[in-house]
Design a protein around this ligand. Sequence first.
Ligand code: ATP
Length: 237
Amino acid sequence: MSELLNVHELRVAYGQIHAVQGVSLTVAEGERVCLIGANGAGKTTLLKAIAGMLPPLGGSVHFAGQPITHKPSHQIVPLGIALVPEGRGIFSRLSVAENLAMGAYIRRDKLAVNQEIDTIYQRYPRLGERRAQPAGQLSGGEQQLLAINRALLSRPRLLLLDEPSMGLAPLMVKAIFGTLQDAHQQGVAILLVEQNAHLALSHSDRGYILETGKITQHDSAAELIANTDIKKAYFGE
Ligand code: ATP
């Protein structure tokens, strides 16, 4: 598998608060990688810096061999990186259909986009039924499905997800991870940030542990699931 994302010694700060302190990680083409860490470990900051939403203080980010470290997000999306942010980033007053259309704004093949949107409506009838209604009227889980499908409409090679399972009922979590599994089967690489470590690892090939801005461990998901220290610290056992 060839390398798709390479983050090297990345540092990001908010004034005096050094939220990301020299993080290095990689994601290969089509690979599923998760980033696990407690509240405030720096997970959101790291994803935002990769997506061009926060300027790094130091280090580098390469995507498909190209440096993207200081590129703004509007230049990064067309290269093939889509972020599903914490809190989903849905435009709640816009309709479901308008939210989906925004995901495809960089694409010229509008016919194919419309077909993909129809497929989304068939697969998720609740989104189809409510296509003309404000997205803010959807349940939290439906909004998360909308946010992920909107991101996928940009045809990313890498999908970044910030806590997609947060606050959702088990059935919705299952639907969300089903959608991610389909994206993976279509070759999309995934970098998933989660506090729910067991859930994240059981849907990943590899995992990194982030503690107060630094990677303290990384391994295959199977090794991390079997690791007693990780279990104690992150599985609530
Ligand atoms: P959570 O699970 O709570 O989202 P996280 O692992 O995503 O946590 P970050 O949100 O990246 O962590 O925060 C990392 C550190 O940076 C924390 O100490 C946090 O308080 C701080 N921080 C985050 N955003 C800001 C900001 N806008 N201004 C100042 N400090 C911030």
